[in-house]
Design a protein. Structure first.
Length: 104
């Protein structure tokens, strides 16, 4: 009869000691990567407004650039957008965001 409580306490103690080690051993999740493709230079008025609005939207949803996700920004004139889109896909990004018909 005395063996049962001793075994219980040994098992409990072992579980409490090993559980934190198992939690630390879990692999860290990869940070999502968002590709943002623009047909305008980042300093152009329309591009900077759209990029900032996108960043504000992410912050409003609780995402912090650099901590919760990575934002990859690429710009190119309309005739070179396909090259930049290919570059973003090869990174790879989890989602690709753009805002004009030529870029789409």
């Amino acid at each position: 009869m005395t063996r049962r409580p001793v075994g219980f306490f040994v098992t409990l103690a072992f579980t409490l000691l090993v559980a934190p080690l198992a939690a630390d051993a879990q692999p860290a999740g990869k940070q999502p990567r968002i590709g943002f493709l623009s047909p305008l230079p980042s300093n152009a008025l329309g591009a900077s407004r759209n990029l900032e609005a996108f960043r504000q939207g992410l912050r409003a949803l609780g995402y912090s650039e650099g901590q919760d996700l990575t934002l990859e920004y690429r710009e190119a004139p309309p005739d070179r957008l396909a090259e930049r889109a290919t570059e973003l896909v090869r990174l790879p990004v989890n989602v690709l965001v753009t805002w004009t018909t030529p870029a789409i």
